[in-house]
Design a protein around this ligand. Structure first.
Ligand code: SF4
Ligand code: SF4
Length: 380
C-alpha cells in the first residue's frame, strides 16, 4: 500500500446531498501555515513517495490562491521524493484559474454524480447536475482527467440500467460507492444500500461490463478482478490501510482517514507537534484501527477471500457501532458475493467449470459471459 495523505482543506460544502455527512459552506479553511507544517511533519515521519489527495467537505472552497501556494510547497518541500496529487470534488467551484494550476501539476480529478440529471438532483439536490457539469467542462477544456463516483442508494439501485447506460452513452468511466448510513440524518438508514443489494449490483455490473468490453470502464470491477488475480487488495478497502493512510483536517489534526475527520475521538495527533509513527501509535484511534486488523485475522480466517479483502473498510465496521468492534465491514456479504462470482467465472473460463460448489450455487444458473480473463490481465 503506497503512502497516502489526505488533506482536508475544509469540512464545508456548498451542496447538501441527502445522504452526506458534511457541513455548511462557512466551515474554516486550512491555512498555508498548516500546509508548511504538513511538510515539516512529513520530512521526518516517513521518507517514501507520497500521494496527496485533497478531499472534503468541498476542497475547491479553499480557492485558487491556496492551491497555487500549497502544491509547490508540498513538491519542493519534500523533494526529491516523488509526489503525486489527486482531488475529490463536486467541481462547482472549478475555475479556469484552478484548472490551470491542476494541469501544471497533473492533478487527476474524482467527482461525484449519481447518474442522469433528474435522478442525480433528486439525491444530491436541485441544480447539482448543471453546476458539476459546468465545472467538468472547464476541467476538460484544460485537459484534466475527470472520473465520476456514483453513489448507489436504496432508491437509485432500482434504476441501475439507466445509470449504466448514462455512463456508457456519455463515454464516462463508472466508479461506484454504496450509500452508507448518514451521520446527520434523523433516519440514517433511509438511503443506505443493503449488502445483498450491493452484491447483486456488483454482479450486474460485471455482466454489463463484459457485455460492453472496450466501450466503458467500470473501475470497481477492474479492481475486484485485479484483487483476485494478484491475491492482494489494490484499493484501500481491501488492504490493511492503517499506518499507510492518514488524513489531515483543516486545523492540522491527524486522523486515520478522511472519513473520521471531525470526530474528536479519532484524532491521533497534530502536524504542528510533528508526531513520529511511535507517537501516533499511542493514540486510541491507532489502537482501535490495529485492533480491527487483529480482529479480521481471526474473524475472517476461514474465508477464501481474506488475502485480498482483509475484512473491508474499518470505518464501515467501527463507526456505526460507536467505536466498538463487533464485526467486520457490514458489506462482507457483498464482497463474498462478487469475489465468489469472479472466482467462479475464472474457473469456468479457464477450466470449463469443474468447481462443485459453484456448480450448485444459484448464480450458476445464469449463463455467464466470457471475457473475465481480459479484465484480470488489464493494466490499471
Ligand atoms: S478507513 Fe476505509 S475508506 Fe479510509 S483508508 Fe481505510 S479502507 Fe479506505
Ligand atoms: S469477504 Fe467477509 S469474511 Fe471474507 S475476508 Fe472479506 S469481510 Fe472477511
Amino acid at each position: 500500500m503506497p503512502f497516502h495523505v489526505m488533506l482536508i482543506p475544509t469540512l464545508g460544502c456548498p451542496a447538501n446531498c441527502s445522504y452526506c455527512w458534511s457541513s455548511e459552506e462557512k466551515s474554516p479553511i486550512m491555512s498555508i501555515e498548516t500546509i508548511k507544517e504538513v511538510v515539516e511533519w512529513l520530512k521526518t515521519f516517513r521518507g517514501d513517495s507520497v500521494t496527496f489527495t485533497f478531499h472534503g467537505g468541498e476542497p475547491l472552497l479553499a480557492g485558487a490562491e491556496f492551491y497555487r501556494e500549497a502544491l509547490p510547497l508540498l513538491v519542493e518541500g519534500l523533494s526529491p521524493r516523488r509526489i503525486a496529487f489527486a482531488i475529490q470534488t463536486n467541481l462547482w467551484k472549478m475555475t479556469p484559474e484552478i484548472a490551470e494550476i491542476f494541469a501544471e501539476y497533473g492533478v487527476p480529478i474524482g467527482s461525484s454524480l449519481d447518474g442522469p440529471k433528474e435522478l442525480n438532483d433528486l439525491q444530491r439536490g436541485k441544480g447539482y447536475y448543471d453546476k458539476t457539469m459546468r465545472g467538468y467542462e472547464i476541467a476538460r477544456e484544460h485537459g484534466l482527467n475527470v472520473r465520476f463516483i456514483t453513489t448507489f442508494t436504496s432508491h437509485s439501485v432500482k434504476q441501475k440500467e439507466e445509470i449504466f447506460n448514462f455512463y456508457l452513452e456519455k463515454g464516462l468511466t463508472l466508479k461506484l460507492h454504496p450509500c452508507l448510513p448518514s451521520l446527520k440524518d434523523d433516519n440514517p438508514e433511509r438511503w443506505t444500500l443493503a449488502p445483498e443489494e450491493y452484491g447483486e449490483l456488483l454482479i450486474y455490473l460485471l455482466d454489463k461490463y463484459l457485455e460492453n468490453l472496450g466501450r466503458i470502464e467500470v473501475m470497481n470491477i477492474d479492481h475486484l478482478c485485479k484483487c483476485v488475480f494478484t491475491g492482494h487488495g489494490t484499493v484501500c478497502t481491501y488492504v490493511d490501510c492503517m499506518g499507510d493512510t492518514f488524513a489531515v483536517g483543516p486545523d492540522g489534526d491527524i486522523y486515520p482517514c478522511y472519513r473520521f475527520i471531525g470526530m474528536p475521538e479519532y484524532v491521533m495527533g497534530n502536524v504542528y507537534d510533528r508526531p513520529s509513527m511511535a507517537d501516533l501509535a499511542q493514540s486510541e484511534a491507532w489502537k482501535k484501527m490495529h485492533k480491527f486488523k487483529e480482529y479480521v485475522d481471526t474473524a475472517c480466517s476461514k474465508c477464501a477471500h481474506i488475502k485480498y479483502c482483509r475484512g473491508g473498510c474499518p470505518y464501515n465496521a467501527i463507526v456505526p457501532t460507536s467505536g466498538e468492534i463487533e464485526g467486520v465491514d457490514p458489506h462482507c456479504l457483498a464482497y463474498k458475493m462478487i469475489f465468489d462470482e469472479i472466482n467462479k467465472r475464472v474457473n469456468e473460463e479457464m477450466f470449463g467449470g469443474s468447481d462443485m460448489d459453484s456448480m450448485f450455487s444459484p448464480s450458476s444458473m445464469r449463463p455467464s459471459k466470457s471475457g473475465i480473463m481480459s479484465l484480470m490481465l488489464k493494466k490499471l
